[in-house]
Design a protein around this ligand. Structure first.
Ligand code: ZN
Length: 350
Protein backbone atom coordinates (compact mmCIF):
# COMPACT_ATOMS: atom_id res chain seq x y z
CA UNK A 1 0.00 0.00 0.00
CA UNK A 2 1.02 3.58 -0.58
CA UNK A 3 2.48 5.22 2.53
CA UNK A 4 4.51 8.21 3.70
CA UNK A 5 7.95 6.70 4.29
CA UNK A 6 10.87 8.28 6.10
CA UNK A 7 13.64 6.66 4.02
CA UNK A 8 16.39 8.13 6.17
CA UNK A 9 16.99 11.38 8.02
CA UNK A 10 15.69 14.26 5.88
CA UNK A 11 14.34 12.06 3.06
CA UNK A 12 10.61 11.37 2.71
CA UNK A 13 8.72 9.64 -0.06
CA UNK A 14 5.16 8.66 -0.80
CA UNK A 15 5.48 5.13 -2.17
CA UNK A 16 4.22 1.57 -2.04
CA UNK A 17 5.33 -0.56 0.89
CA UNK A 18 4.49 -4.16 -0.12
CA UNK A 19 5.91 -5.61 3.13
CA UNK A 20 3.10 -3.93 5.09
CA UNK A 21 0.43 -5.47 2.85
CA UNK A 22 2.01 -8.87 3.38
CA UNK A 23 2.32 -8.44 7.15
CA UNK A 24 -1.29 -7.27 7.48
CA UNK A 25 -2.96 -9.59 4.97
CA UNK A 26 -4.58 -11.62 7.75
CA UNK A 27 -6.42 -10.34 10.81
CA UNK A 28 -5.79 -11.86 14.22
CA UNK A 29 -8.97 -13.02 16.02
CA UNK A 30 -8.96 -9.95 18.28
CA UNK A 31 -7.80 -7.43 15.66
CA UNK A 32 -9.70 -4.95 13.54
CA UNK A 33 -8.79 -3.47 10.18
CA UNK A 34 -9.25 0.29 10.05
CA UNK A 35 -9.47 2.58 7.06
CA UNK A 36 -7.58 5.64 8.23
CA UNK A 37 -9.29 9.01 7.92
CA UNK A 38 -7.17 11.66 9.66
CA UNK A 39 -3.58 11.52 10.92
CA UNK A 40 -2.02 14.30 12.98
CA UNK A 41 1.59 15.36 12.49
CA UNK A 42 3.37 15.07 15.83
CA UNK A 43 6.54 16.78 16.96
CA UNK A 44 8.08 13.33 17.25
CA UNK A 45 7.34 12.52 13.58
CA UNK A 46 8.97 15.80 12.60
CA UNK A 47 11.94 15.14 14.88
CA UNK A 48 12.57 11.74 13.26
CA UNK A 49 12.39 13.47 9.88
CA UNK A 50 14.84 16.25 10.82
CA UNK A 51 17.16 14.37 13.21
CA UNK A 52 16.70 10.66 12.38
CA UNK A 53 16.37 9.78 16.05
CA UNK A 54 14.84 10.65 19.42
CA UNK A 55 17.03 9.71 22.35
CA UNK A 56 17.72 5.96 22.09
CA UNK A 57 15.24 5.46 19.19
CA UNK A 58 17.18 5.64 15.91
CA UNK A 59 15.73 5.29 12.39
CA UNK A 60 17.89 2.59 10.75
CA UNK A 61 15.42 1.25 8.14
CA UNK A 62 12.77 3.08 6.09
CA UNK A 63 9.82 3.74 8.42
CA UNK A 64 6.24 4.89 7.81
CA UNK A 65 5.49 7.99 9.92
CA UNK A 66 2.33 8.92 11.84
CA UNK A 67 0.73 7.79 15.10
CA UNK A 68 -2.20 10.17 15.81
CA UNK A 69 -5.10 8.62 14.00
CA UNK A 70 -8.81 8.16 13.51
CA UNK A 71 -10.69 6.06 11.00
CA UNK A 72 -13.43 3.55 10.28
CA UNK A 73 -13.51 -0.17 11.03
CA UNK A 74 -13.71 -2.12 7.76
CA UNK A 75 -13.10 -5.69 9.01
CA UNK A 76 -13.18 -7.45 12.36
CA UNK A 77 -11.46 -10.58 13.67
CA UNK A 78 -13.53 -13.62 14.66
CA UNK A 79 -13.43 -12.90 18.39
CA UNK A 80 -14.02 -9.13 18.27
CA UNK A 81 -17.13 -8.22 20.27
CA UNK A 82 -16.99 -4.48 21.02
CA UNK A 83 -16.54 -3.14 17.49
CA UNK A 84 -18.33 -3.66 14.18
CA UNK A 85 -17.73 -2.77 10.55
CA UNK A 86 -18.63 0.89 10.03
CA UNK A 87 -17.72 2.01 13.56
CA UNK A 88 -15.77 5.26 13.67
CA UNK A 89 -12.75 4.91 15.95
CA UNK A 90 -9.50 6.33 17.23
CA UNK A 91 -6.54 4.18 18.11
CA UNK A 92 -3.99 4.10 20.89
CA UNK A 93 -0.66 3.73 19.08
CA UNK A 94 1.30 1.73 21.66
CA UNK A 95 0.69 -2.00 21.91
CA UNK A 96 2.29 -3.55 24.98
CA UNK A 97 2.96 -7.21 25.67
CA UNK A 98 -0.14 -8.06 27.75
CA UNK A 99 1.83 -10.61 29.78
CA UNK A 100 4.78 -8.38 30.59
CA UNK A 101 5.58 -7.43 34.17
CA UNK A 102 4.87 -3.75 33.40
CA UNK A 103 1.47 -4.55 31.85
CA UNK A 104 0.49 -6.74 34.80
CA UNK A 105 1.35 -3.81 37.11
CA UNK A 106 -0.88 -1.49 35.06
CA UNK A 107 2.14 0.39 33.68
CA UNK A 108 1.70 -0.77 30.11
CA UNK A 109 2.99 2.50 28.62
CA UNK A 110 6.42 1.85 30.10
CA UNK A 111 6.54 -1.80 29.12
CA UNK A 112 10.00 -2.11 27.51
CA UNK A 113 8.39 -4.40 24.90
CA UNK A 114 5.73 -1.86 23.83
CA UNK A 115 5.41 -1.51 20.06
CA UNK A 116 4.51 2.10 19.28
CA UNK A 117 3.59 3.38 15.81
CA UNK A 118 6.35 5.36 14.09
CA UNK A 119 8.90 4.62 16.77
CA UNK A 120 11.74 2.67 15.14
CA UNK A 121 11.55 -0.08 14.03
CA UNK A 122 7.70 -0.02 14.08
CA UNK A 123 5.83 1.45 11.10
CA UNK A 124 3.35 4.28 11.64
CA UNK A 125 -0.02 4.78 9.99
CA UNK A 126 0.30 7.44 7.28
CA UNK A 127 -1.24 4.89 4.89
CA UNK A 128 -4.76 3.91 3.80
CA UNK A 129 -5.39 1.05 6.26
CA UNK A 130 -3.92 -0.60 9.34
CA UNK A 131 -4.56 -3.62 11.54
CA UNK A 132 -4.86 -2.92 15.27
CA UNK A 133 -5.95 -4.79 18.42
CA UNK A 134 -9.59 -4.30 19.43
CA UNK A 135 -8.36 -3.55 22.97
CA UNK A 136 -6.55 -0.39 21.82
CA UNK A 137 -9.25 0.82 19.41
CA UNK A 138 -11.94 3.14 20.80
CA UNK A 139 -15.38 3.75 19.32
CA UNK A 140 -16.32 7.39 18.76
CA UNK A 141 -19.71 8.87 19.60
CA UNK A 142 -21.40 10.59 16.67
CA UNK A 143 -20.63 14.03 18.12
CA UNK A 144 -16.84 13.54 17.85
CA UNK A 145 -15.46 14.20 14.36
CA UNK A 146 -12.49 12.45 12.76
CA UNK A 147 -10.19 15.49 13.05
CA UNK A 148 -10.90 15.86 16.78
CA UNK A 149 -10.54 12.11 17.22
CA UNK A 150 -7.05 12.25 15.72
CA UNK A 151 -6.29 14.73 18.54
CA UNK A 152 -7.09 12.17 21.23
CA UNK A 153 -3.50 10.88 21.14
CA UNK A 154 -1.82 14.21 22.00
CA UNK A 155 -4.71 15.06 24.37
CA UNK A 156 -3.99 11.80 26.18
CA UNK A 157 -0.53 13.11 27.05
CA UNK A 158 -2.04 16.18 28.72
CA UNK A 159 -4.72 14.20 30.52
CA UNK A 160 -2.12 11.71 31.77
CA UNK A 161 0.09 14.58 33.00
CA UNK A 162 -2.81 16.17 34.87
CA UNK A 163 -3.78 12.80 36.31
CA UNK A 164 -0.23 12.35 37.60
CA UNK A 165 -0.35 15.84 39.16
CA UNK A 166 -3.40 14.86 41.27
CA UNK A 167 -4.66 18.44 41.40
CA UNK A 168 -7.76 19.41 43.35
CA UNK A 169 -10.18 22.05 41.98
CA UNK A 170 -9.19 25.68 42.32
CA UNK A 171 -5.48 25.26 41.80
CA UNK A 172 -3.26 27.69 39.94
CA UNK A 173 -1.42 25.97 37.10
CA UNK A 174 1.47 26.88 34.84
CA UNK A 175 2.10 25.22 31.50
CA UNK A 176 5.49 25.96 30.00
CA UNK A 177 5.18 25.73 26.21
CA UNK A 178 2.22 26.58 23.95
CA UNK A 179 2.76 23.84 21.38
CA UNK A 180 0.09 21.18 20.88
CA UNK A 181 1.11 19.26 24.02
CA UNK A 182 1.27 22.40 26.16
CA UNK A 183 -2.17 23.52 24.97
CA UNK A 184 -3.87 20.15 25.50
CA UNK A 185 -2.28 20.08 28.96
CA UNK A 186 -3.73 23.52 29.71
CA UNK A 187 -7.17 22.33 28.55
CA UNK A 188 -6.87 19.17 30.66
CA UNK A 189 -5.78 21.21 33.70
CA UNK A 190 -8.84 23.43 33.34
CA UNK A 191 -11.09 20.38 32.90
CA UNK A 192 -9.58 19.06 36.15
CA UNK A 193 -10.66 22.27 37.87
CA UNK A 194 -7.72 24.68 37.79
CA UNK A 195 -8.93 28.19 38.57
CA UNK A 196 -6.32 29.75 36.29
CA UNK A 197 -3.61 28.45 34.00
CA UNK A 198 -0.63 30.53 32.89
CA UNK A 199 0.78 29.36 29.55
CA UNK A 200 4.26 30.54 28.61
CA UNK A 201 5.94 30.62 25.22
CA UNK A 202 8.07 32.82 22.96
CA UNK A 203 5.51 32.83 20.12
CA UNK A 204 2.90 35.60 20.20
CA UNK A 205 0.48 33.81 17.80
CA UNK A 206 0.59 30.64 19.93
CA UNK A 207 -0.04 32.65 23.10
CA UNK A 208 -2.95 34.42 21.42
CA UNK A 209 -4.40 31.04 20.48
CA UNK A 210 -3.88 29.79 24.06
CA UNK A 211 -5.79 32.77 25.46
CA UNK A 212 -8.60 32.28 22.95
CA UNK A 213 -9.24 28.80 24.34
CA UNK A 214 -10.53 29.98 27.71
CA UNK A 215 -10.86 33.18 29.75
CA UNK A 216 -9.05 31.24 32.50
CA UNK A 217 -5.85 30.97 30.42
CA UNK A 218 -3.30 33.79 30.63
CA UNK A 219 -0.45 33.85 28.11
CA UNK A 220 3.02 34.85 29.27
CA UNK A 221 5.48 35.93 26.57
CA UNK A 222 8.77 34.88 28.13
CA UNK A 223 10.68 36.93 25.56
CA UNK A 224 9.18 40.01 27.18
CA UNK A 225 8.48 39.15 30.80
CA UNK A 226 9.71 36.76 33.46
CA UNK A 227 7.37 33.81 34.03
CA UNK A 228 8.09 33.37 37.74
CA UNK A 229 7.72 37.11 38.41
CA UNK A 230 4.34 37.19 36.66
CA UNK A 231 3.02 34.11 38.49
CA UNK A 232 4.30 35.24 41.91
CA UNK A 233 2.75 38.66 41.39
CA UNK A 234 -0.61 37.07 40.53
CA UNK A 235 -0.53 34.78 43.58
CA UNK A 236 0.52 37.19 46.33
CA UNK A 237 4.06 35.84 46.17
CA UNK A 238 3.01 32.22 46.77
CA UNK A 239 3.43 30.67 43.32
CA UNK A 240 1.60 28.08 41.26
CA UNK A 241 0.37 24.79 42.73
CA UNK A 242 1.43 22.84 39.68
CA UNK A 243 3.88 23.49 36.85
CA UNK A 244 3.83 21.40 33.68
CA UNK A 245 7.06 21.49 31.66
CA UNK A 246 6.03 21.00 28.03
CA UNK A 247 8.78 22.81 26.12
CA UNK A 248 11.46 20.12 26.22
CA UNK A 249 13.89 23.04 26.10
CA UNK A 250 16.88 22.72 28.47
CA UNK A 251 16.85 26.51 28.94
CA UNK A 252 13.19 26.61 30.00
CA UNK A 253 13.30 23.40 32.03
CA UNK A 254 16.28 24.60 34.08
CA UNK A 255 13.96 27.18 35.67
CA UNK A 256 10.91 24.95 36.13
CA UNK A 257 10.74 25.39 39.94
CA UNK A 258 10.88 29.19 39.92
CA UNK A 259 7.11 29.78 39.57
CA UNK A 260 6.21 26.84 41.85
CA UNK A 261 4.57 27.30 45.26
CA UNK A 262 5.92 25.56 48.39
CA UNK A 263 4.64 21.98 48.43
CA UNK A 264 3.73 22.19 44.77
CA UNK A 265 4.10 19.67 41.99
CA UNK A 266 6.13 19.78 38.79
CA UNK A 267 5.24 17.43 35.95
CA UNK A 268 7.96 16.86 33.36
CA UNK A 269 6.35 16.20 29.98
CA UNK A 270 8.89 17.42 27.41
CA UNK A 271 12.54 16.53 27.38
CA UNK A 272 12.98 13.19 25.68
CA UNK A 273 14.70 14.61 22.62
CA UNK A 274 17.59 16.19 24.49
CA UNK A 275 18.78 15.86 28.09
CA UNK A 276 17.50 18.53 30.47
CA UNK A 277 18.77 19.49 33.91
CA UNK A 278 16.93 21.19 36.72
CA UNK A 279 17.83 22.73 40.05
CA UNK A 280 17.30 20.07 42.73
CA UNK A 281 17.99 22.66 45.45
CA UNK A 282 15.08 24.77 44.22
CA UNK A 283 12.91 21.65 44.42
CA UNK A 284 14.11 20.88 47.97
CA UNK A 285 13.35 24.26 49.50
CA UNK A 286 9.79 23.88 48.21
CA UNK A 287 9.54 20.18 49.07
CA UNK A 288 8.33 19.91 45.52
CA UNK A 289 6.87 16.69 44.19
CA UNK A 290 8.19 15.85 40.72
CA UNK A 291 6.27 13.59 38.38
CA UNK A 292 7.47 12.29 35.03
CA UNK A 293 5.25 11.08 32.24
CA UNK A 294 5.97 8.86 29.28
CA UNK A 295 3.11 8.95 26.79
CA UNK A 296 -0.03 7.79 28.72
CA UNK A 297 -1.97 4.84 29.99
CA UNK A 298 -5.69 4.21 30.64
CA UNK A 299 -6.84 7.65 29.43
CA UNK A 300 -8.14 7.26 25.86
CA UNK A 301 -11.75 6.54 26.93
CA UNK A 302 -11.64 9.57 29.26
CA UNK A 303 -10.39 11.77 26.43
CA UNK A 304 -13.12 10.59 24.06
CA UNK A 305 -15.72 11.20 26.78
CA UNK A 306 -14.48 14.76 27.37
CA UNK A 307 -14.56 15.56 23.65
CA UNK A 308 -18.06 14.09 23.42
CA UNK A 309 -19.40 16.08 26.37
CA UNK A 310 -17.70 19.32 25.36
CA UNK A 311 -15.64 19.42 28.57
CA UNK A 312 -12.64 19.82 26.26
CA UNK A 313 -12.66 21.28 22.74
CA UNK A 314 -9.47 20.60 20.78
CA UNK A 315 -10.76 21.86 17.44
CA UNK A 316 -9.18 25.35 17.73
CA UNK A 317 -5.75 23.68 17.93
CA UNK A 318 -6.08 22.21 14.44
CA UNK A 319 -4.70 25.01 12.30
CA UNK A 320 -4.06 23.31 8.95
CA UNK A 321 -5.08 20.17 7.07
CA UNK A 322 -3.19 18.67 4.11
CA UNK A 323 -4.32 16.01 1.63
CA UNK A 324 -2.49 12.67 1.81
CA UNK A 325 -0.89 13.37 -1.58
CA UNK A 326 0.64 16.52 -0.04
CA UNK A 327 2.21 14.57 2.85
CA UNK A 328 5.81 15.42 1.96
CA UNK A 329 4.92 19.11 1.71
CA UNK A 330 3.08 18.79 5.03
CA UNK A 331 6.24 17.56 6.75
CA UNK A 332 8.45 20.16 5.06
CA UNK A 333 6.01 22.78 6.32
CA UNK A 334 5.94 21.30 9.82
CA UNK A 335 9.75 21.11 9.92
CA UNK A 336 9.92 24.86 9.19
CA UNK A 337 7.76 25.38 12.33
CA UNK A 338 5.56 28.26 11.09
CA UNK A 339 4.83 30.37 14.19
CA UNK A 340 1.05 30.47 13.69
CA UNK A 341 0.57 26.72 13.27
CA UNK A 342 -0.24 24.44 16.19
CA UNK A 343 -1.55 21.05 15.03
CA UNK A 344 -1.31 20.14 11.36
CA UNK A 345 -3.15 17.08 10.14
CA UNK A 346 -3.27 14.93 7.01
CA UNK A 347 -6.61 13.72 5.64
CA UNK A 348 -6.61 10.42 3.77
CA UNK A 349 -8.81 9.80 0.74
CA UNK A 350 -12.01 7.93 1.70
ZN1 ZN B 1 1.93 12.46 19.06
Amino acid sequence: MRALVLEQRGVLSLRDVPAVDAAEALLGPRDVRVQLHTVGICGSDVHYYTHGKIGPFVVREPMILGHEASGTVIETGDEVTSLAVGDRVCMEPGIPDPNSRASRLGLYNIDPAVRFWATPPVHGILRPTCVHPEAFTYKLPGSVGFAEAAMVEPLAVGVHAVTKARIPPGNIGVVMGAGPIGLVTALAALAAGCARVFVSDLSAPKLALAESLSPSISGVDVGREDLAERVLKATEGWGADVVFEATGSPVAAARVFEPLAPGGCVVMIGGQAEPIRYDAGAAMVREARVENVFRYAHVFPRCVAMLASGAIDVRPLITRTFAFEESVLAFETAAAAPPGEVKMQIALPQ
